[in-house]
Write a new protein. Sequence first.
Length: 1067
Amino acid sequence: MKSSWHWLLPFTLLASAVSAQETRLLSDFSVEGDWRVHPWNKARGEIALSDEFPPSLVTEATAPRKSIAATVQWPGGKDFAFFNLDAPATGPIPFRVLSVSLWVKGSGTGHFIELHFKSADNQDVKVSLGAMDFTDWRKLRKDVPANAKQPLVLSGIVTHNWGLPQPDKVRFHVTRLEAVVDPSQRLIAEGGGPLFAVDVAAPNGLVGDDGRATVTLRLTSWQPDEKVYEVRHALTPWDGERKAGQPIQARVRGSWQQNVEVPCPRFGPIRLDAELWEAGGAKPLATASRTLVRLAPVPKLSAEQRLKSPIGVNGHYQSPWGSLARMGIHWGRDYSWGWLKGGEKAPMAPNGVDFRLTLKAAEDAGVTLLPITMRSFWDDKKKAFIEDEAAIAAAFARLGKAFPSLPYWELDNEADLASPNHRLALSNYMPLIRAAAKGLREAGKARVVLNGTAGIHYEDTLALLKSPVRDDFAVVNYHYYTGTTPPELAVEDVNVGAERRRATLSFLDQLRRINRAAHDAGKEAWLTEIGWDVTYGAAVGERLQAIYLPRVYLLARWCGTDKVFWYFDRDVKGGKIKFDSCGLIDANDQARPSAAAMAALSAFTADAQPDGSVDLGNDRWCLLFKKPDGGWVAAVWSVLATHPMPKEAEMAEAAYDLFGNKVAAKQIGPDVTYLDLKKLPSLWEAQRHAEWASPTTLSIFPGGNAVAEAMTGEGALSWEGVPQGIALLAHSEGLGRPTRVMVTCDPAVEIGSYPIRAVISGQGWRRSWPLALRVEPPVLAKAQPYEAYKPTTVELRLATQTRQEASIGAPQGTGSVEPTAVTLEPGKPVSIAFTASPAAKGPVPLALALKGGVRQTIVVRPQALDVPSARAIQLDGKLDDWPAAAKLSREHFASTSGEFAPDAWLAWSPEGLHLAAAFPVRDLKSGDPKWFWDNTSLELFVDTSAGPHQGWGKASHQFWFTPLQEDGQWRLYAGEWKRSDAIAATLYDDKRCRAAVAVADGRLTMKAFIPRDALGGVAPAAGSAWRAGIAIQRIDLSGKANAAWPMLKEDGLLAGAQNLGIIRFAQ
């Protein structure tokens, strides 16, 4: 390993006119990549090191004589624009800062320049240095505002165009940033060592094609004397062993840095971890790390080839298109184009941004842009699109003429979320489609892409494909997010608003269905948002993000999706909510491992076409892609376990790993392996077009029938695990045509889900598909919780399309039903009343019988529970110490999934409430516990007041408990949400509550104790009663499911204490 030494001017006393003041150097701008262009600037620009330097500046002989030259393209217009430089991480200035100064060679244009800091209370502190209306070198100095709470942290240099509406291209230089401090006012205690950092100058941390990279080890100290430290560092590749480098001695007085060459012989990420030690230290003073990413080379595509590429990404203003193109990305979906509004000033936006520059930056990098006219034609007051078709058509004509090279325009982004009920009114939407198409046809050849919907809205899309505007758009457009679930197993969309759209079809089934509908209508189908969070919300971490990325692109294309756009290009700086950490580039502008996975995906499949699949066994995937030269790429991976690579893989010319490195493929694991084949093995060729062509969930009613399809090729179709009473009859329409399967269900088959398997077999090969046969309830029932003597309404709604006569009754002694016989018709709900007797305890199963022999049970849950006392419950994850009367059976809970039926326990003592829940889990993941709604969780709602109960009063509480894995160990994290004025603010990691968790043998057990002081000082007492509710959520490989007593959140549990159940404290 080679290294070279570079010394910076120390933080020493430069000049002092007053004994209580010292001048300290904050930056000399001599290090490449130290200062960076802010990614969200409203004015475009670039910076570079320069030899320009103030001739009059007196420096030490060894001091660097460098500056930063900034070139800025100021947009025209009245809107405020800025060009900022982000400062390197230097930590807080430990002394009180009196004033700051910066040497500036001005632009002569009058643009303003400021120094920005963060105060101790996280406020922005601005120090204006005035206008740069000069062209020579000048030292600009200003006092720090007296009200700024110190210590201060340098955040950047800001320039802006206030009062300068004219467009302009300017150049200015900066050097020697200093602070006058009062060393007698030390604001940070001494000790702890100097500030330690590892930096890399390469754009976004991407290693050059030659595999060489340099990182800079940097130390900054405010100590006046020199001190010797030791820097120890090590390199760790993606799956390699940690390799320690030679220790480096650092003699620090003020600041020190050394460059270290990092060898990157393989594609993918490599992490450098560094530790700072002092002599005799028992542990490092500080640690720092930096990940470098080397990308596999990707082919340069022509503009025509890019049109066919499926590889896209979502971006925003000033996306780093050059870096994204190196990742093999050919399409950029850009939200910032909504700033153009109706194109009245196109190519300029009303805010002064020149979108010619945006387009040029992308096209120069080899990226085709998909502009989104986000909210450009939206009426916020009406929650609908504007209705003036002539104005819309004129706007799109202006936009199309201003940017004739753009092939598509997207109408909006998730406008459905801004609409009532999160669905667009098609009568309002279709005129927008028609008018946009008219305007674009007038301007040129650009075509319309539909609004990207938050989720897959199949019925609405089908209606548009059959509507009068079906010829006015070219692309069906949708979004989907799977949370922490792998894409192969996903059944729930966790996108905003998806909670109201519970689906029985899996993610892949939904893709197949909507893509088939689009293609049958002559349209393309694009998945324009998909991604996984690394840090926030339903986060999976960097490793799984990189693993899932190629798998979802490959799966989507196999399902017929024409283009896939990853969300997002970069993390949202300062963002801490769901989807803010999905970037291929993190908030520090460093590429993630997923960037290298994207490059390999693009290199192997961007110009290849999906053409079948191969069955390698359970849990394994093998998708086939036909290359333009006639060869094949087989993408192979598994989901839950590792397996041996099949012998057919030996026919491959070469095998490549997730990042494009040549490997000897011996195992199938979660990382994709790419096999390069000149021709397919004969058994793979024979079976590649045998496919199950229908959803993997088959829904049928007792006494009913359903139709499914399979492509059997030259194979024969058979079945495994079919329950008694189910018949499947297949009819083939000939080779190359789908085989239709008629499924019939006997009326006596019990309602529920049955695992079956479809098998297609041929000579020497066999393929199978696990299917879920769901025998659905023919009547949908919605019942309010019951109370003795009070009629409880039960609404019955027919799920089938055939009129039915039904009778209904209650078990003897539990109460009465009125009426006992009803006629059910499609689309016409019928209400009955159940009146419980005092003898009714717990859930009451009402028996519903349909003519024809179909039987169904409707459970009515109790409004009140008798909660026993308990004093000997241990918080150890076991359940054998709970009194039997404390258990709530599965029937107590309303559930969003028939497969999710948790058990729960509730008990009391004079000290507080005891709560527990247990249920099966598959591969439980730990997320951010503050985001309990995105994690497996247990919640208790309680109101300790005597009433009246309406809304959330001062005695209302909401506690949550979620499993959290730390250092390989599980604990149950507790919190109290601010549901009312019972607490001043939400309490995170609530230590008042005690909790325990056990994860073993595929089952999760959560136990919690909520003390009286957390309940507002009120203690349970025998004979008293409170209001309460329990909500349980499971998020795992099975998807997302919820259960609650006395009702689901979506049915009113969150509406107020009036909808909670009653808990009576028994002895």
